[in-house]
Design a protein around this ligand. Structure first.
Ligand code: GSH
Length: 218
């Protein structure tokens, strides 16, 4: 099984963490990536052939070719149901899927926008983005309540949320200390070998590119 990703790809990292959690051996090929470019990803013929959106991650498993992190994660779930990455009950599974979709499609794009706005921190859109990131943290703290994980058991929603907050921290908006339950959750998630490995590799890439690591992950 082969995955095309990027060394700093949020969506690719979701897939790499899920593969390790599932015990699935995968070969990873990273596309060229220039952190300082507004269009950081280099082109790759296989990615462009398989994904009309020309985005990573892309997965090849023999004759099966997939794209989109969530579609790939669902394939992993069917391949290895004995190590579930969705909660047990139908309603909790629906809740976790909705939360993961919200992180992927609503929260993370706003967080990533901070990358483009970092040269204009005083612009109205920068303030709006920072307010959205704060609302993201507040929403997660409320969702978490007094549980160990965002929905019932460790799931793809925790993976997506962990990565989103890591990117927010990298882009200057780390999780505020006042969110006690959420900070404890963050430590719980980053202690998982899958998360430590994939995020450690990302932070190594940042260091090699001489980008400062987020304070809590230094
Ligand atoms: N919904 C897609 C989003 C994929 C995506 O946005 N990938 C980014 C990397 S994190 C990408 O390839 N960007 C390059 C581009 O859009 O040209 C998924 O979940 O896989």
């Amino acid at each position: 099984m082969k995955v095309y990703s990027g060394p700093m790809s949020f969506y690719g990292a979701k897939v790499l963490i899920a593969a390790i959690e599932k015990g699935l051996p995968i070969e990873v090929e990273f596309l060229g990536f220039d952190l300082r470019s507004p269009t950081p990803y280099g082109r790759h013929d296989e990615v462009d052939r398989i994904n009309p959106k020309r985005q990573v991650p892309v997965l090849i498993d023999g004759p099966l070719e997939l794209f989109d992190s969530t579609v790939i994660a669902e394939y992993f779930e069917d391949l290895v149901p004995s190590r579930p990455l969705w909660p047990a009950t139908i309603r909790d599974r629906a809740r976790a899927r909705l939360l993961e979709m919200k992180i992927d499609e609503i929260w993370f794009p706003k967080i990533l926008r901070l990358r483009d706005l970092r040269w204009t921190p005083d612009a109205a859109e920068s303030a709006e983005c920072r307010a959205v990131v704060r609302a993201f943290y507040e929403g997660l703290e409320e969702t978490l309540g007094d549980r160990d994980f965002l929905v019932a058991s460790f799931s793809n929603a925790d993976i997506a949320a962990y990565l989103a907050q890591l990117f927010a921290a990298m882009l200057g908006e780390p999780m505020p200390a006042e969110f006690k339950a959420l900070n404890a959750w963050r430590k719980r998630i980053e202690a998982r070998p899958s998360v430590a490995k994939v995020c450690g590799d990302m932070l190594d890439h940042l260091a090699a590119a001489r980008f400062p690591a987020p304070q809590f992950a230094a």
